[in-house]
Ligand binder design. Structure first.
Ligand SMILES: [Ca+2]
Ligand SMILES: [Ca+2]
Length: 217
């Protein structure tokens, strides 16, 4: 299949919806830390959905894992690597992140039971602001390079909460699959801190995609 794709990749006349195109990356190499691009739907003969949204193209594929060895700086304020917009994909790497959330925090915020070890540092935290009104968002993590987990912490402060704060809501997802997603529902303007953190000592490159639409479903 790979050879076939390679042979055909120079051809100008192939329709773009062939099945072997599915794992084409959303953006060509080299990927760079902090690179942002508009989210496009994944090419597929059979349209698929994630959290009720058209499935987005894969933000980073395994052959691109070596494109970056760290995620660059933390823009701030505080723990925030960058602000996210809806319908955008950002490229990152856990190395160079912050050390703000740990297993105790995630358990208290109801993200995760403490049996998942997130006590290491170098987590990456992004901020997503949902506007006033009723909105549904999906956040998709592509992590073919390491076992990375995805957490979305609802929090209105200008910096990350800590385990002394009362966090109203947290959505978390983990597993060995290279793609994870969480669904966020917002009835009023809300701010979400989106964390990407490796289980145990896992570190690696990833892509984070956000999609939003009006309504609560
Ligand atoms: Ca941590
Ligand atoms: Ca880590």
């Amino acid at each position: 299949m790979f050879l076939l794709a390679a042979l055909l990749s120079g051809c100008c006349c192939m329709p773009s919806s062939l099945p072997f195109m599915e794992d084409d990356p959303a953006h060509p190499s080299p990927l760079e830390p902090g690179l942002k691009f508009d989210t496009e739907p994944r090419e597929s003969l059979i349209p698929r959905a994630i959290e009720g949204f058209p499935e987005p193209a894969v933000g980073i594929v395994s052959s691109q894992c070596g494109d970056l060895t760290n995620g660059g700086g933390v823009e701030g304020p505080g723990c925030i690597t960058a602000k996210l917009k809806c319908n955008e994909t950002v490229i990152g790497h856990t190395i160079g992140g912050v050390d703000r959330f740990d297993s105790k925090f995630y358990e208290k915020a109801m993200c995760w039971p403490k049996l998942v070890n997130h006590d290491g540092g170098d987590e990456r935290i992004y901020r997503l602001d949902m506007p006033e009104g009723e909105w549904t968002a999906a956040v998709v993590l592509d992590s073919p390079c390491a076992d990375l987990n995805l957490m979305a912490v609802k929090w209105n402060g200008d910096d990350c909460p800590n385990s002394k704060h009362i966090v109203p809501q947290c959505e978390g997802i983990a597993g060995p699959e290279p793609r994870h997603s969480v669904r966020l529902v917002s009835q009023h303007a809300s701010t979400w801190y989106i964390a990407v953190e490796g289980r145990n000592e896992e570190e690696g490159a990833f892509a984070l995609t956000t999609m939003c639409r009006r309504g609560l479903q």
